[in-house]
Write a protein that binds this ligand. Sequence first.
Ligand code: SF4
Length: 366
Amino acid sequence: MKVTFPHMGYMYVSLKGMLEYLGIDVVVPPACSKKTLTLGVKHSPEFACLPLKLNIGNFIEAKELGADTIMMAGGCGPCRFGYYAYVENEILKDLKVDYNLVVMEPPEKHIGELLGRIRKITGNRPWLQIIKALRFGFLKAKAVDEVEVLSFQIRPRELVRGSTDRALQKAINLIDEAKTTTELTIALERAKELMRVVPAERERPALRVALIGEIYTLLEPYANVNIERHLGQLGVEVDRSMMLSQWVNDHLFMGLVRNIPSSDRFKKVAAPYLNHFVGGHGLETVGSAVWYARQGYDGAIQVLPFTCMPEIVAQSILPKVSAEVDMPIMTLIMDEHSGEAGLITRLEAFIDLLKRKKEQKEALTS
Ligand code: SF4
């Protein structure tokens, strides 16, 4: 069995770590690229959301590298995600790109359900090994998140353009290469050191902007046209409302791990703007706008794929939130036509607006 999975940012580090810990062969698809998207767009329904198209591209490219089994997250709720894995599998079958499909449905009541599903695909390995592998994968996700957060803080203050990105890639590779928990602890320390020595003006003030919205477009740089990098290079410190370890803990571990920020903090403050689940992360998006405004952020950018139903619901509510919490919010909709130049122009205009607003506020209070 050679397992592959869709790309979603650095998720491959964690999933590969977990599966290899269990002795399973893994084929990581090539990083998302123009070729991935072209393949996906060619073979997917036009109205499908961008993540599905990129997933299809990933799977076709992974097949060329010898993968024979897809591991895919499942889901439920009013949006299309619950059908994704099955629709993708049907598309691949039509293309004669045959795969075994393993859908990891999130547990409904207990984390044991998830462990059972993982155990099944490993040919019933001992429970202890399954638990250790799951923990290892989670620790990798946490390590990646830690260095990513460091990159958010350093990039707007770097002295040599691009040095944060280069250090981040080396740091991620170190984490990826770790094979045991002990190796991972050492790799994380070295990774953090790599980030710490990036030449930067640490005390330089920077605007703070929150990235909120749909998980895939938030986490996958190809889908969001490298928005974090562009904002950082415009001198903006970003914070992402969704980190991989947080999502895993909330949705797969049912909040079992302590000291990991939970999306509950967003849900709690979404009312009175939105009082119920609308599928995907629509509720969290509305709540996160309120939450970040209360933390004193200068602005927020909602990122979503074209036709994403839960985020369209959130988008329709955000203007009211923005007016009442007094924080500018911009929405960026991503699809196969999104281009880097257009994105940068929009970001520059938004950042100019935030700067002026901040200067006016400071002038009034000084
Ligand atoms: S959350 Fe949005 S992008 Fe994701 S599957 Fe649902 S509709 Fe598509």
